[in-house]
Design a protein around this ligand. Structure first.
Ligand code: FES
Length: 95
């Protein structure tokens, strides 16, 4: 497990309207060892919120709902396999 991993969850206007506060809470509740959960400002992908970005992987997830957090935690953060169906196509066009 990379101890410097950061999970950025946008807490700005459009993402909040799309449930990003609940997404942030779900990541915090999951308390993944070695990962820091951070509520952040706009990531410039407002029409695709809620936006979640994972560093240093630089994986971008879009339209994330609280119900998606379990899959991201289990598959990406614990098993190292990004959840392809939720990746932002602008940054991950070939998955
Ligand atoms: S409001 Fe979340 S990316 Fe802009």
């Amino acid at each position: 497990m990379d101890s410097s991993r950061q999970i950025l969850v946008c807490q700005y206007a459009n993402c909040l309207r799309n449930g990003s506060a609940a997404v942030l809470t779900a990541f915090q509740s999951a308390s993944v060892p070695g990962a820091m959960v951070i509520g952040c400002g706009c990531q410039g992908q407002c029409n695709m919120g809620a936006t979640v970005r994972i560093l240093p992987d630089d994986s971008w997830y879009c339209r994330v709902k609280a119900g998606d957090v379990g899959a991201i935690v289990e598959q990406h953060l614990k098993q190292g396999k990004p959840v392809a169906a939720l990746l932002h196509p602008r940054f991950h066009p070939h998955v």
